[in-house]
Design a protein around this ligand. Structure first.
Ligand code: FE2
Ligand code: FE2
Length: 214
Protein backbone atom coordinates (compact mmCIF):
# COMPACT_ATOMS: atom_id res chain seq x y z
CA UNK A 1 0.00 0.00 0.00
CA UNK A 2 2.89 2.39 0.75
CA UNK A 3 4.05 1.97 -2.84
CA UNK A 4 0.65 3.21 -4.05
CA UNK A 5 0.72 6.15 -1.63
CA UNK A 6 4.18 7.09 -2.98
CA UNK A 7 2.91 6.94 -6.55
CA UNK A 8 -0.05 9.15 -5.66
CA UNK A 9 2.14 11.57 -3.69
CA UNK A 10 4.41 11.95 -6.71
CA UNK A 11 1.38 12.87 -8.80
CA UNK A 12 0.14 15.35 -6.15
CA UNK A 13 -3.01 13.20 -5.88
CA UNK A 14 -2.88 11.87 -2.30
CA UNK A 15 -5.58 13.66 -0.27
CA UNK A 16 -6.81 12.54 3.17
CA UNK A 17 -9.97 11.16 1.56
CA UNK A 18 -8.07 9.16 -1.06
CA UNK A 19 -5.75 7.77 1.63
CA UNK A 20 -8.75 6.74 3.76
CA UNK A 21 -10.37 4.99 0.78
CA UNK A 22 -7.14 3.13 0.03
CA UNK A 23 -6.77 1.99 3.64
CA UNK A 24 -10.38 0.74 3.64
CA UNK A 25 -9.68 -1.26 0.48
CA UNK A 26 -6.72 -2.89 2.18
CA UNK A 27 -8.52 -3.61 5.44
CA UNK A 28 -11.83 -4.91 4.02
CA UNK A 29 -10.65 -6.60 0.83
CA UNK A 30 -6.92 -7.10 0.17
CA UNK A 31 -6.03 -8.25 3.72
CA UNK A 32 -8.95 -10.68 3.78
CA UNK A 33 -7.44 -12.80 1.00
CA UNK A 34 -6.14 -15.89 2.80
CA UNK A 35 -4.00 -17.47 0.06
CA UNK A 36 -0.56 -15.81 -0.16
CA UNK A 37 -0.23 -16.41 -3.91
CA UNK A 38 -3.57 -14.78 -4.71
CA UNK A 39 -2.84 -11.87 -2.40
CA UNK A 40 0.63 -11.40 -3.92
CA UNK A 41 -0.83 -11.31 -7.44
CA UNK A 42 -3.49 -8.77 -6.44
CA UNK A 43 -1.01 -6.55 -4.56
CA UNK A 44 1.45 -6.69 -7.47
CA UNK A 45 -1.27 -5.55 -9.89
CA UNK A 46 -2.50 -2.75 -7.62
CA UNK A 47 1.02 -1.52 -6.90
CA UNK A 48 2.70 -1.94 -10.28
CA UNK A 49 0.17 -2.30 -13.10
CA UNK A 50 -3.12 -0.57 -12.29
CA UNK A 51 -3.11 3.13 -13.37
CA UNK A 52 -2.75 5.54 -10.42
CA UNK A 53 -5.98 7.23 -11.49
CA UNK A 54 -7.97 4.19 -10.32
CA UNK A 55 -7.22 5.22 -6.73
CA UNK A 56 -8.54 8.76 -7.10
CA UNK A 57 -11.32 8.41 -9.68
CA UNK A 58 -15.03 8.70 -8.90
CA UNK A 59 -16.97 5.49 -9.55
CA UNK A 60 -18.99 7.11 -12.31
CA UNK A 61 -17.62 9.76 -14.64
CA UNK A 62 -21.21 10.86 -15.40
CA UNK A 63 -22.38 10.64 -11.71
CA UNK A 64 -25.46 8.81 -13.01
CA UNK A 65 -24.86 5.22 -12.08
CA UNK A 66 -23.55 5.16 -8.53
CA UNK A 67 -24.67 6.43 -5.09
CA UNK A 68 -23.49 9.91 -4.23
CA UNK A 69 -20.62 8.93 -1.87
CA UNK A 70 -19.06 6.95 -4.74
CA UNK A 71 -18.82 9.90 -7.11
CA UNK A 72 -16.25 11.89 -5.13
CA UNK A 73 -12.45 11.39 -5.20
CA UNK A 74 -11.66 7.78 -4.30
CA UNK A 75 -15.24 6.79 -5.13
CA UNK A 76 -14.26 3.98 -7.48
CA UNK A 77 -12.17 2.43 -4.72
CA UNK A 78 -15.10 2.90 -2.32
CA UNK A 79 -17.39 1.07 -4.80
CA UNK A 80 -14.82 -1.73 -5.00
CA UNK A 81 -14.51 -1.99 -1.22
CA UNK A 82 -18.29 -2.04 -0.70
CA UNK A 83 -18.68 -4.80 -3.27
CA UNK A 84 -16.04 -6.84 -1.41
CA UNK A 85 -17.70 -6.18 1.96
CA UNK A 86 -21.00 -7.49 0.57
CA UNK A 87 -19.50 -10.71 -0.79
CA UNK A 88 -19.31 -12.85 2.33
CA UNK A 89 -22.98 -12.47 3.22
CA UNK A 90 -24.11 -12.94 -0.38
CA UNK A 91 -22.10 -16.16 -0.74
CA UNK A 92 -23.77 -17.75 2.29
CA UNK A 93 -26.88 -18.59 0.25
CA UNK A 94 -25.07 -21.01 -2.10
CA UNK A 95 -24.70 -24.59 -0.76
CA UNK A 96 -22.05 -25.39 -3.37
CA UNK A 97 -19.87 -22.45 -2.26
CA UNK A 98 -20.11 -22.94 1.51
CA UNK A 99 -19.28 -25.49 4.22
CA UNK A 100 -21.76 -27.32 6.44
CA UNK A 101 -22.08 -24.22 8.64
CA UNK A 102 -22.96 -22.04 5.61
CA UNK A 103 -19.57 -20.29 5.76
CA UNK A 104 -18.11 -19.47 2.31
CA UNK A 105 -15.22 -21.79 1.41
CA UNK A 106 -11.89 -19.91 1.75
CA UNK A 107 -10.95 -20.70 -1.85
CA UNK A 108 -14.27 -19.32 -3.13
CA UNK A 109 -14.03 -16.18 -1.00
CA UNK A 110 -10.44 -15.58 -2.15
CA UNK A 111 -11.40 -16.04 -5.81
CA UNK A 112 -14.18 -13.48 -5.57
CA UNK A 113 -12.20 -11.03 -3.46
CA UNK A 114 -9.49 -11.01 -6.14
CA UNK A 115 -12.07 -10.63 -8.92
CA UNK A 116 -13.96 -7.96 -6.97
CA UNK A 117 -10.85 -5.90 -6.22
CA UNK A 118 -9.73 -5.93 -9.84
CA UNK A 119 -12.99 -5.82 -11.81
CA UNK A 120 -12.94 -2.02 -12.40
CA UNK A 121 -9.22 -1.39 -11.86
CA UNK A 122 -8.82 -0.48 -15.55
CA UNK A 123 -12.23 1.17 -15.81
CA UNK A 124 -11.10 4.02 -18.06
CA UNK A 125 -8.80 1.78 -20.07
CA UNK A 126 -5.03 1.39 -20.28
CA UNK A 127 -3.66 4.03 -20.45
CA UNK A 128 -6.35 5.66 -18.31
CA UNK A 129 -8.66 7.84 -20.41
CA UNK A 130 -11.26 10.50 -19.82
CA UNK A 131 -14.26 8.20 -19.66
CA UNK A 132 -15.29 4.64 -18.83
CA UNK A 133 -13.94 2.24 -21.44
CA UNK A 134 -17.06 0.12 -21.84
CA UNK A 135 -15.55 -1.79 -24.75
CA UNK A 136 -12.38 -2.99 -23.07
CA UNK A 137 -12.14 -2.52 -19.30
CA UNK A 138 -13.53 -5.98 -18.47
CA UNK A 139 -11.14 -7.65 -20.92
CA UNK A 140 -8.03 -5.71 -19.84
CA UNK A 141 -8.67 -6.50 -16.16
CA UNK A 142 -9.31 -10.18 -16.94
CA UNK A 143 -6.08 -10.44 -18.97
CA UNK A 144 -3.93 -8.60 -16.43
CA UNK A 145 -5.26 -10.76 -13.61
CA UNK A 146 -4.73 -13.96 -15.58
CA UNK A 147 -1.09 -13.04 -16.37
CA UNK A 148 -0.34 -12.07 -12.76
CA UNK A 149 -2.04 -15.20 -11.42
CA UNK A 150 0.22 -17.35 -13.60
CA UNK A 151 3.29 -15.39 -12.54
CA UNK A 152 2.52 -15.93 -8.84
CA UNK A 153 1.51 -19.59 -9.16
CA UNK A 154 -2.19 -19.18 -8.39
CA UNK A 155 -3.94 -22.57 -8.84
CA UNK A 156 -5.45 -22.99 -12.29
CA UNK A 157 -9.09 -23.29 -11.22
CA UNK A 158 -8.91 -20.13 -9.12
CA UNK A 159 -7.16 -18.23 -11.91
CA UNK A 160 -9.83 -19.26 -14.43
CA UNK A 161 -12.84 -18.70 -12.19
CA UNK A 162 -11.69 -15.19 -11.26
CA UNK A 163 -10.83 -14.40 -14.89
CA UNK A 164 -14.32 -15.36 -16.02
CA UNK A 165 -15.95 -13.42 -13.20
CA UNK A 166 -13.97 -10.28 -14.07
CA UNK A 167 -14.68 -10.64 -17.79
CA UNK A 168 -18.46 -10.93 -17.28
CA UNK A 169 -18.80 -8.54 -14.33
CA UNK A 170 -21.10 -6.24 -16.32
CA UNK A 171 -23.44 -9.14 -17.11
CA UNK A 172 -25.76 -8.38 -20.03
CA UNK A 173 -23.96 -5.06 -20.60
CA UNK A 174 -20.70 -6.82 -21.50
CA UNK A 175 -19.68 -6.39 -25.17
CA UNK A 176 -20.37 -9.65 -27.04
CA UNK A 177 -23.13 -10.67 -24.63
CA UNK A 178 -25.75 -13.12 -25.85
CA UNK A 179 -28.58 -14.81 -23.98
CA UNK A 180 -26.88 -18.17 -24.61
CA UNK A 181 -23.63 -17.01 -23.00
CA UNK A 182 -25.60 -15.41 -20.16
CA UNK A 183 -27.16 -18.71 -19.22
CA UNK A 184 -23.82 -20.53 -19.38
CA UNK A 185 -22.00 -18.20 -16.98
CA UNK A 186 -20.34 -19.78 -13.96
CA UNK A 187 -21.64 -19.09 -10.49
CA UNK A 188 -18.55 -16.91 -9.92
CA UNK A 189 -19.50 -14.66 -12.82
CA UNK A 190 -23.08 -14.41 -11.59
CA UNK A 191 -22.06 -13.59 -8.01
CA UNK A 192 -19.66 -10.84 -9.06
CA UNK A 193 -22.24 -9.30 -11.38
CA UNK A 194 -24.85 -9.37 -8.60
CA UNK A 195 -22.46 -7.59 -6.26
CA UNK A 196 -21.52 -5.02 -8.90
CA UNK A 197 -25.20 -4.28 -9.52
CA UNK A 198 -25.99 -4.04 -5.80
CA UNK A 199 -23.12 -1.71 -4.93
CA UNK A 200 -23.39 0.64 -7.87
CA UNK A 201 -27.12 1.15 -7.33
CA UNK A 202 -27.85 4.87 -7.37
CA UNK A 203 -30.98 4.22 -5.26
CA UNK A 204 -28.76 3.40 -2.28
CA UNK A 205 -28.51 7.17 -1.90
CA UNK A 206 -32.25 7.30 -1.13
CA UNK A 207 -31.91 4.82 1.73
CA UNK A 208 -28.96 6.58 3.28
CA UNK A 209 -30.54 10.01 2.89
CA UNK A 210 -33.64 8.77 4.72
CA UNK A 211 -31.41 7.80 7.64
CA UNK A 212 -29.47 11.08 7.45
CA UNK A 213 -26.25 9.22 6.67
CA UNK A 214 -24.00 10.62 3.99
FE1 FE2 B 1 -17.07 -2.29 -14.77
FE1 FE2 C 1 -18.08 -2.02 -10.77
Amino acid sequence: MERIKDRLRNKGALSDLVEERLEELWMHAVERIADDRIKAAVVYLLEEVVPWQFFVAPASSSSQFHPNWQVTAGGLVRHTTELCIGLHRHLQQFPELTDEKCVPLPKVFDTLLAAGILHDAFKNGLPWGEKTDYENHHRIAAEKWSEAAEKFGVPEDIRKNATEAIFWHAGRWTPGWTIGLHNQRSIYARVLHNMDMAFSNVDLTLMFEAKHIS
